[in-house]
Design a binder for this molecule. Structure first.
Ligand code: FES
Length: 163
């Protein structure tokens, strides 16, 4: 039996093309962040095969893609829960109660940071460094959305609305 290899869908190729169009023709590699984000958005995480496919499509060495994907905390290199929750625990958020937010999330979801819920609904990422929303501390990012000035009750309201 021939193993089917993951590859880029037409939709993803079009998205990557849109990213590369923003840069000079001889600098396609500048689209790497957008390309990896698009792949993760469609697949939920970045498998080695998909990273290789991006490397081939952008004409980059595969190792260069791995370097980018492992450097930025926004990329997931293994399957995770559907909704990604990032809690900022840097100074402003720490002073305004982020420890309580982390403890509340761990208790509510029954997992520790870095884990996903068994039903695949949530992924509680490792604590984040400053997410540049210090004025709204404490804050979390859920998928692509920032939520600020949090209390445990507000966290419940946010998560309970998600599928
Ligand atoms: S310290 Fe949390 S957003 Fe800046």
């Amino acid at each position: 039996m021939v193993e089917e290899r993951e590859s880029l869908t037409n939709h993803l190729r079009a998205e990557i093309d849109a990213w590369t169009a923003r840069f000079p023709k001889d600098q396609k590699q500048s689209a790497v962040l957008g390309a990896l984000s698009a792949v993760q958005h469609e697949h939920g995480w970045l498998s080695t095969e998909l990273m290789d496919a991006v490397a081939d499509y952008l004409g980059m060495p595969r190792i260069a893609i791995y370097e980018v994907a492992t450097f930025y905390s926004m990329y997931e290199l293994e399957p995770v829960g559907r909704h990604s929750i990032s809690v900022c625990t840097n100074v402003s958020c720490m002073l305004r109660g982020s420890e309580e937010i982390v403890a509340h999330l761990e208790k509510k979801l029954g997992i520790k940071t870095g884990q996903s819920t068994p039903d695949g609904r949530f992924y509680l990422k490792q604590e984040e460094e400053c997410l540049a929303a210090c004025c709204g501390a404490p804050m979390i990012q859920v998928d692509h959305v920032y939520h600020e000035n949090l209390t445990p009750n507000k966290v419940d309201e946010i998560l309970d609305k998600l599928d």
